[in-house]
Design a protein around this ligand. Structure first.
Ligand code: PRP
Ligand code: URA
Length: 206
């Protein structure tokens, strides 16, 4: 299911990172802030468990988070979302999956993976600012399922309808969170209007 996470502050910051003249520093800061603003929504329905505690005044029954949270940024650009989310969920563990798109075929190529041990029973949040063809996210989710993950959410900032469709077809059990659903992909597989190459803009590599 697709969840559009919209808020005036997110829209404003998204406009900043879409502008072609926004430099690395401002791009990095705004991307992180958008991820931080999305953290509240993507954690809204996390499971809780009952606990008995003692306040300074009395014993009481209350609740705490029932599951570990594992963030899995897709390298490189997903790294730009980690700090914003761990500001709100500081106990989250972080796994890494390295994927890049082959420029000709647009198919994802995996080059790195390192995951925490607890993913089987955790809520796993896959992070990537861009959901274009959906190839990178779909391959990452398939890999995480092979490693035993069962509760997976995909958290992106800008998406194209093509990518949403691909994830919905390949992984109907995975909720997708986006701040903006853009118009389409161009002939090179870039999101239109999008924001360009997120990894390059985040790390200043082009
Ligand atoms: C970008 C982006 C996604 C992917 C999206 O990464 O960060 O991972 O493309 O495209 P898709 O939905 O069509 O797979 P890229 O391959 O440019 O690698 P990078 O982050 O190392 O620059
Ligand atoms: N990857 C990006 O970084 N941007 C796009 O528009 C598509 C894929």
């Amino acid at each position: 299911m697709l969840h559009l996470v919209q808020h005036p502050l997110i829209t404003h910051k998204l406009t900043q990172i879409r502008k072609k003249d926004t430099g690395t520093k401002d791009f990095r800061e705004a991307l992180d802030e958008i991820a931080g603003l999305m953290a509240y929504e993507i954690s809204r329905d996390l499971p809780l468990r009952e606990v008995e505690i003692e306040t300074p005044i009395a014993e009481c029954t209350t609740h705490e988070m029932a599951k570990n949270i594992v963030l899995v940024p897709i390298l490189r650009a997903g790294l730009g979302m980690v700090d914003g989310i761990t500001n709100l969920i500081p106990t989250a563990k972080v796994g890494h999956v390295g994927m890049y798109r082959d420029h000709e075929s647009l198919e994802p190529q995996e080059y790195y993976a390192k995951l925490p041990l607890c993913i089987t029973d955790a809520v796993v949040m896959v992070l990537d600012p861009m959901l274009a063809t959906g190839g990178s996210a779909s391959a990452t989710i398939t890999y995480l399922k092979e490693q035993g993950a069962t509760l997976i959410r995909l958290v992106c900032i800008v998406g194209a309808p093509e990518g949403v469709k691909r994830i919905e077809e390949a992984h109907p059990d995975v909720d997708i969170y986006l701040s903006a659903l853009d118009d389409k992909l161009n002939e090179k597989g870039y999101i239109v209007p999008g924001l360009g190459d997120a990894g390059d803009r985040l790390f200043g590599t082009r």
